[in-house]
Design a protein around this ligand. Structure first.
Ligand code: ZN
Ligand code: FE
Length: 247
């Protein structure tokens, strides 16, 4: 049975997620940006329990509410070793391990680059990927800790997921990413047309106050310039250009 997923904006541009395994009724939060927002969403859901926080990386906008949410709900917190510096983890997760929410199994993939310990959670059966700050719609995370080579490899691994995988990013950065993507040379006219059409949809959604997340891996593979970089050197150049871009 597929997951039920509730997405809610919080802080300045984060997305919080509450997810429920339908078979068991178990509920998890993906990351812990904002305690009042998470608890309000939980109350609105009627799900009445929170079993787990799945943490992707140590940054405050992904961990700062974990303690307060655990106090209110009694949930467990699982995440990468690096997060143990800032929150008490019940279980440390490493690449290749799995974590279960009821009958839903998440594969843990280590995706260093944005931070050195960043992990993502893949529900392969349901086709859902919770990617934190590694992959964004038409973009990717900034390299705060890792090297371009590490991030290139991390994105390559995510790129291997099936096209129909839904990509749940932790931030709404898509409009700015679209402006950057449009600023790049695209000799392939068909791809250029697809990007322009997709960018128009994104700007219209944002104008109307709607989310542009989730995105689909197949579309990102076609249009996301960071997934199209042929090698780590090209990726590094692109990432540096985005860091400077004021579009
Ligand atoms: Zn981050
Ligand atoms: Fe973040």
């Amino acid at each position: 049975m597929p997951l039920e997923i509730r997405q809610f904006p919080c802080l300045s541009d984060n997305y919080g997620y509450l997810i429920r395994d339908r078979a068991s009724g178990e509920v998890a939060a993906v990351d812990a940006p904002d305690a009042p927002a998470i608890l309000a969403e939980l109350a609105a859901s009627g799900w009445k329990r929170l079993d787990l926080i799945l943490n992707t990386h140590w940054h405050p906008d992904h961990t700062q509410a974990a303690g307060a949410v655990r106090e209110q709900t009694g949930c467990k917190i699982v995440g990468p070793e690096e997060s143990a510096r800032v929150i008490a983890l019940d279980q440390v997760l490493a690449d290749g391990e799995q974590v279960d929410l009821g009958e839903t199994r998440f594969d843990v993939i280590h995706t260093p680059g944005h931070t050195l310990g960043h992990i993502v959670f893949i529900d392969a059966r349901g086709g859902e990927a919770f990617v934190g700050d590694t992959l964004f719609a038409l973009g990717c995370g900034r390299l705060f800790e890792g090297t371009p080579e590490q991030m290139f490899d991390s994105l390559s691994r995510l790129s291997d997921l099936p096209d129909e995988t839904r990509i749940w990013c932790a931030h709404e950065y898509t409009a700015a990413n679209a402006r950057f993507a449009l600023s790049l040379d695209e000799p392939d006219g068909e791809r250029r047309g697809a990007l322009e059409a997709h960018a128009r949809d994104i700007f219209a959604l944002r104008e109307a106050g709607h989310p542009t997340v989730p995105t689909m891996l197949g579309r990102e593979r076609q249009l996301n310039p960071f997934l199209r970089a042929p090698d780590a050197a090209a990726f590094a150049t692109l990432r540096a250009a985005k860091d400077q871009f004021r579009g």
